[in-house]
Design a protein around this ligand. Structure first.
Ligand code: PEP
Ligand code: MN
Length: 342
């Protein structure tokens, strides 16, 4: 970190700031310029309260150099992390040469609905099935999910179709249940900064799929991932699911540029969710193609057999047949990039 002193700040002020830095357990390295003095601060400055230095007499500003996250950073691992999710039909890999696929309905509604969707998806080669048993809804009056009975239905899907299960937990108690039934815990956009939930997911023994918050910056997303990793669970994949912008032609805006940006800053795999990003069924295929083209390590797609009857997110859910086409096209795009869709 650099502490920039105000122009003409007297030496006495520079000395006091250096003393304060050293009293806090860091090293201060003043560099005296003609009119400005800058103090380099070394040590683990992630622990340093920048605000407290900025209020000292003579300080103009503090500039943070380097990133506050460590375990998830690219410096920590030059190699891309390949996250392998075990399923009864073998591992599904995300990252490196692999592009993983997750598909299923927004919510678990009934056993019949889930089976009617899982069957064609399994035929289309899907080995990770999604479906929410706990739904974080904007309205408290909307369908909130079936909770544990919903998780039990998902277990039946695993047994019958050999698919691994990706499902969301919205609170710490939910993680206890999801961990018992599922193969991947989803942390939703609204909970990306729920630090107690992130820490609980960090103590889980199964991988976590962390969705980007509705208005979260990339640094905030990576800090949220660092929360999980710092508790011991480094099996993490990030998910770009669209952010809030001024665009009114789409539910959210799929930030495709965040995918290569995340790969520069972090070794973690990042997947795209074109369903929540667009909120419209006909945009899912073009955005899925684009996400693979910019280097996404996987996709998560909402599929429903009767989208018109869906209890949540029907308007953005594609039909099983449409999914088969999407998978085919995305596999071809991945192949051009010398990657394998699995
Ligand atoms: C979901 O995946 O169904 C969901 C609620 O996603 P998000 O948290 O991205 O809105
Ligand atoms: Mn949904």
């Amino acid at each position: 970190m650099l502490v920039v002193m105000q122009t003409g700040a007297p030496e006495q002020q520079v000395r006091s700031v250096c003393e304060r830095i050293e009293a806090l357990g860091f090293e201060a390295h003043p560099i005296f310029g003609v009119s400005k003095t800058v103090i380099g601060v070394t040590g683990d400055t992630r622990r340093l309260d920048v605000g407290s230095l900025e209020t000292l007499p003579g300080v103009a500003e503090c500039i943070i150099i380097g990133k506050p996250y460590k375990l998830v950073s690219r410096e920590f691992s030059k190699e891309d992390t390949v996250l392998r999710i075990p399923t009864p039909s073998g591992d599904v890999a995300f990252g490196g040469e692999f592009v993983g696929m997750i598909a299923g309905p927004c919510a678990v509604e009934t056993r019949e609905q889930v089976f009617a969707i899982a069957e064609p998806l399994s035929k289309a080669g899907v080995r990770l099935f999604r479906g929410g048993a706990y739904k974080p809804r904007t309205s408290p009056y909307s369908f909130q999910g079936l909770a544990v009975p919903g998780l039990e239905i998902l277990t039946e899907v695993r047994e019958k179709f050999g698919m691994g299960i990706v499902t969301e937990a919205v609170d710490n108690e939910g993680v206890d249940h999801v961990e018992r039934y599922a193969d991947v815990i989803q942390i939703g956009a609204r909970n990306m900064q729920n630090y107690s939930l992130l820490k609980r997911a960090g103590r889980a023994r199964i991988p976590v799929m962390l969705k980007r918050g509705l208005s979260a910056t990339l640094d905030e997303l990576l800090m949220a991932a660092e929360y999980i990793a710092s508790e011991g669970n480094t099996q993490i994949m990030l998910c770009e699911r669209g952010v809030r912008t001024f665009a009114d032609h789409s539910r959210n805006t799929l930030d495709l540029a965040v995918i290569p940006a995340a790969k520069t800053l972090s070794h973690l795999p990042i997947i795209a969710d074109p369903s929540h990003a667009s909120g419209q069924r006909r945009k899912v295929l073009p955005l899925a193609r684009a996400a693979i083209a910019v280097g996404a390590d996987g996709l998560m797609i909402e599929v429903h057999d009767h989208p018109d009857r869906a209890l949540s997110d029907g308007v953005q859910s594609i039909l099983p047949d449409e999914f088969t086409q999407l998978r085919e096209e995305c596999a071809q795009i991945a192949q051009v990039l010398k990657r394998k869709l699995n």
